[in-house]
Design a binder for this molecule. Structure first.
Ligand code: SF4
Ligand code: SF4
Ligand code: SF4
Length: 443
């Protein structure tokens, strides 16, 4: 990734970005600007700040280095923090009423087994009773996520029964809940109303205007509302939703049009762009990243002009994060077969993908040491990432890259996602730097 950035300190996460008039020195969460006189000497400046004559520059560099040290401390604190439940994901099986051309369930790599059904009520009750034996959880809110390999609303009765079970349990114990569902939005009016009234947030997946949506995905079921209709209904009922749009090679240049549709016709206030993953030969290649980013940034400008939030989930520079492993997000992912899994997309494979099991009214998580080992592996910084500007805020390209993969392909960092994440990060930092220049706040 030449010329995008360089690491300018041997041991600390400090990176230099050259812009026309300034150098930007960056560590996650903090940056400074160096004027012309200090340009192109980021490395010398950072390795011996005591030699900087200008006091204000020396102070700024020292503050930056201190932030970089704190980042290292914070990352290792996050790694060492014991697993402690903050959310429960009810993971439905592979059944889906869509047949999207890019669906990851179609790509067989020997790591996915068929998973069907919906976690039974007694599995959920047993898990909740076991977690809430522990007093430390009582004054913490619990996020409940309804997600799946396939579509959770296909199991309508189980879904609504589960909501009631969890709600009753929480009311008895005084637990605050936040319910979230991820759905393909193929819903009739009764279902849309129910979700609006019972979920704190509905995550709708929609890939753009009907002609695109119908081409990439199968048309919704006959009595279903349109996506626009579902969104309208949720808002009319006082509910909230966000939209996730999967972008493929076919649609990567259409991101401005897609975002315009989601804002104009679906009234989206929050949009997440997701480059398609696990798409085999139809996936992105490294050369696509520059085109993808140009289109994404245009879409972002439009969204910004309308006051709408837009994000790309793989890289979030405002927070320290790694892969989507559940163990890093203190999430219990309960599968229909009673397994507690560490992963949203691989439902079988390495033993590290299992965090525990619910069986015969017994809930057992793995021993603390085993969970710690899984967490350590999931939060590892691969050698290739140590000199990368994203080392503390990157999904590493998960799930196209997976620490737990047995197969060689998914053990290698994904070149498209690396280039994409680096381009986005450098662009965002330059934008922040320009804002700072406008406010004349540089050293
Ligand atoms: S809606 Fe999701 S699970 Fe269903 S076919 Fe499409 S991508 Fe696959
Ligand atoms: S790193 Fe692997 S196990 Fe973890 S969430 Fe990603 S694909 Fe799943
Ligand atoms: S996966 Fe790629 S972009 Fe992310 S930190 Fe590693 S090298 Fe950087």
């Amino acid at each position: 990734m030449k010329n995008l950035f360089s690491k300018v300190h041997d041991t600390l996460p400090v990176f230099g970005i050259e812009d026309e008039l300034y150098s930007v020195l960056y560590t996650p969460g903090y940056f400074i600007l160096l004027k012309n006189s200090y340009r192109a000497c980021g490395r010398q400046v950072c390795s011996a700040p005591e030699n900087i004559h200008d006091l204000s520059v020396r102070r700024s560099v020292n503050a930056l280095l201190e932030h970089a040290r704190q980042n290292q401390v914070e990352w290792s604190r996050m790694q060492q923090q014991p697993f402690s439940v903050e959310s429960l994901t009810i993971h439905a099986g592979d059944e889906c009423n869509f047949n999207c051309s890019y669906c990851y369930l179609k790509v067989s790599d020997g790591k996915k087994s068929k998973l069907s059904g919906f976690p039974a009520k007694d599995l959920i009750s047993t898990s909740l009773h076991s977690v809430y034996k522990n007093e430390q959880y009582f004054d913490k809110p619990l996020t409940v996520v309804y997600h799946g390999s396939g579509e959770p609303t296909l199991h309508w009765k189980e879904l609504t029964d589960t909501w009631n079970t969890i709600q009753d349990f929480a009311a008895r114990k005084g637990i605050r809940l936040f319910h979230y569902i991820a759905t393909n939005a193929s819903l009739n009016q009764m279902q849309a109303d129910w979700l609006a009234e019972h979920m704190n947030l509905v995550g709708i997946s929609c890939d753009g205007p009907p002609e695109l949506q119908n081409r990439l995905r199968s048309p919704a079921k006959p009595n279903a509302l349109s996506v626009e209709g579902v969104c309208r209904r949720i808002l009319e009922k006082g509910g909230r939703f966000d939209i996730r749009a999967t972008i493929t090679r076919e649609t990567m240049m259409l991101q401005p049009e897609i975002v315009e549709y989601l804002i104009g016709k679906c009234q989206a206030q929050n949009i997440r762009i997701e480059p398609v993953y696990l798409a085999g030969g139809a996936g992105f290649c490294e050369q696509d990243a520059d085109v993808f980013v140009r289109s994404y940034l245009l879409a972002g400008k439009y969204a910004q002009s309308k006051g709408v939030d837009i994000s790309c989930s793989g890289v979030r520079i405002e927070e320290m994060h790694g892969t989507f492993c559940d163990v890093l997000r203190n999430n219990l992912r309960l599968m229909p077969d009673g397994e507690v899994r560490n992963c949203f997309c691989y439902s079988s494979g390495s033993d590290d993908l299992s965090l525990g099991r619910v069986e015969d009214h017994r809930f057992s998580l793995k021993a603390t040491a085993a969970l710690e080992a899984i967490k350590n592996k999931a939060s590892m910084v691969p050698e290739e990432c140590t000199n990368c500007i994203n080392l503390y805020h990157c999904s590493r390209g998960c799930p196209d890259f997976c620490f737990f993969a047995d197969g060689k392909d998914h053990k290698r960092l994904n070149a498209f996602r690396c280039r994409l994440h680096q381009l986005l990060t450098v662009t965002w930092i330059k934008e922040l730097a320009h804002q700072k220049i406008v406010s004349h706040d540089s050293v």
